[in-house]
Ligand binder design. Structure first.
Ligand code: FES
Length: 317
């Protein structure tokens, strides 16, 4: 491990999984065991030019000798996925952060319905391997443009659960009727969705009448813009320092400009790295990490995208 809990790993293998999707097998430099993770977890990769990108782990959670990620080369990549595909070759070293899980699996559910769109299959594949290991009931609906775009296609077909592929780009293909899939789920099922923002929005709409504890969503990118419409006073309780957060700026912008170090990664409110305890004030939550009840409790906030509805906000920093 390097300082700050970061881990130096080496690429042990690269495997093409589907069109534009490859997996990367990352092993600790010098051997040994890596910090444990649970199905649905992700790691952050520290890339050149200060880029940090989060990728879901796709290997079974019992494995301690490696982290395996699967990365889609995004046509609109801002440098993250393109760099990974172009530079991560066997022998290449890089630094990663220990796993975090914002998308945990309810292992004791009577049945799990998993809905994936594109590269959104990655955390769900990890969950499926876990559910298989536990002997639990599950089904997967996996949407991709064509079969060639579907990672883990053959492994999924060989699994014990029910797998339905929906290839909307193939002749005769159509977009998934997500509302019908949700409506057909058993009353005691837990429902999971990971995919593009449009799919997640449709899923959230379709599951509005279902108890929130049975509905699980993972976003890979921001849904709402960061809260920077208004200015407010920010107080850092530990140091006693005070800042004016100006309209047009986030808390993390303001801290970075003042040279205050605070951990962050995605800067989109999706990874949870910048979660900070709120001591006083009313946060304007814009992240996709906290649940509805966690937002209502206002105990913590993601300072990369969330702001303040009160004129004064005191944080445990
Ligand atoms: Fe990822 Fe704030 S840096 S949630």
């Amino acid at each position: 491990m390097t300082k700050g809990g970061q881990i130096e790993v080496e690429v042990a293998g690269v495997e093409a999984l589907a069109l534009a999707i490859a997996s990367f097998d990352l092993r600790p430099v010098g051997g040994g065991e890596l910090p444990p993770f649970t199905a649905g977890a992700h790691i952050d990769l520290y890339l050149p030019q200060g880029l940090v990108r989060s990728y879901s782990l796709v290997n079974p959670q019992e494995e301690r000798h490696r982290y395996v990620i699967a990365v889609n080369r995004d046509a609109s990549s801002r440098g993250g996925s393109a760099w990974v595909h172009d530079h991560l070759q066997p022998g290449q070293r890089l630094v990663v952060a220990p796993p975090r899980n914002n998308f945990p699996l309810a292992e004791d559910a009577a049945h799990s319905l998993l809905i994936a769109g594109g590269i959104g299959i990655t955390p769900l594949w990890s969950m499926i391997q876990r559910l298989e290991g536990l002997g639990r009931s599950w089904e997967l609906v996996y949407c991709a443009r064509t079969r060639a775009h579907a990672a883990f296609h053959d492994q999924l077909r060989a699994c014990g659960g029910s797998v339905r592929f929906n290839f909307d780009g193939e002749p005769g293909g159509a977009l998934l009727d997500l509302a019908a899939v949700v409506a057909a789920a058993p009353d005691d099922a837990h429902l999971y969705c990971c995919g593009p923002v449009s799919m997640l929005a449709a899923f959230e709409q379709a599951t509005m009448g279902i108890a929130p504890e049975r509905v699980h969503v993972e976003y890979f990118s921001a849904k709402a813009p960061p809260a920077k419409e208004r200015g407010y006073t920010l107080v850092l309780a530990r140091s006693g320092r005070t800042f004016e957060v100006k309209p047009g700026k986030t808390i993390i912008d303001t801290l970075m400009a003042a040279g205050v170090d605070s951990p962050y990664s995605c800067l989109e409110g999706v990874c949870g790295t910048c979660e900070t305890r709120v001591i006083e004030g009313l946060p304007d939550h814009r992240d996709l990490v906290l649940s509805k009840s966690e937002r209502a409790a206002n105990r913590t906030m993601m300072i990369c995208v969330s702001g303040s509805l009160s004129d004064r906000l005191v944080l445990d920093l």
